[in-house]
Design a binder for this molecule. Structure first.
Ligand code: FE2
Ligand code: FE2
Length: 172
């Protein structure tokens, strides 16, 4: 985790980094649930990860990613990260009881994605964005618990545009 440049002192980045820790912790529970072979334990643990992951990725894309992508220097990398959000949804949805290899694939992809943000994009944002851009980021980033998550999951029943939909169907 980046602890060198102070980017975690920026409100929205500090929040995203803290959410990464929560997501990784929930993934440890998920790994144990997959290994147990218990379908109920897997469904429960997958639901917990999904409830943390999708509000997080939606918030990233709505605020910070959207503003950074306005600079062509970052647009390609942002598109890659958004694609990984979808892939993570597919990998999470594909987990089955006892399939430790699939769990390892999901966890490796998740950790790699988080590393790209914590140690790549977030420090870059701290340098690249100016004051008005940070104001725009904060103004367009949904809060963690302001109803954004239920909206995403409810919408998933008739939308198929994003990873949350795939996971919501599995965990519903
Ligand atoms: Fe992300
Ligand atoms: Fe993230």
């Amino acid at each position: 985790m980046c602890s060198y440049c102070g980017c975690d002192s920026i409100e929205v980045i500090g929040r995203f980094m803290a959410e990464h820790v929560e997501i990784i912790n929930a993934t440890g529970v998920l790994r144990a649930a997959v290994h147990s072979g218990d379908p109920g334990a897997l469904a429960s643990a997958r639901g917990v990860v999904a409830e943390l992951l999708w509000p997080h990725t939606v918030a990233e894309e709505a605020g910070l990613f959207r503003v950074m992508a306005q600079d062509e220097v970052y647009a390609g990398h942002i598109a890659t990260l958004c694609g990984e959000h979808v892939t993570l949804g597919d990998l999470l949805a594909a987990l089955t009881p006892g399939d430790d290899a699939a769990m390892m694939t999901f966890e490796d992809a998740l950790r790699d994605h988080i590393d790209k943000e914590d140690n790549g994009l977030f420090p870059a944002a701290a340098i690249a964005l100016d004051g008005p851009q940070w104001i725009e980021v904060h103004a367009t980033t949904p809060h963690s618990h302001d109803g954004g998550a239920p909206h995403v999951h409810a919408a998933a029943t008739d939308h198929d545009h994003h990873g949350p939909g795939a996971v919501a169907r599995v965990t519903a």
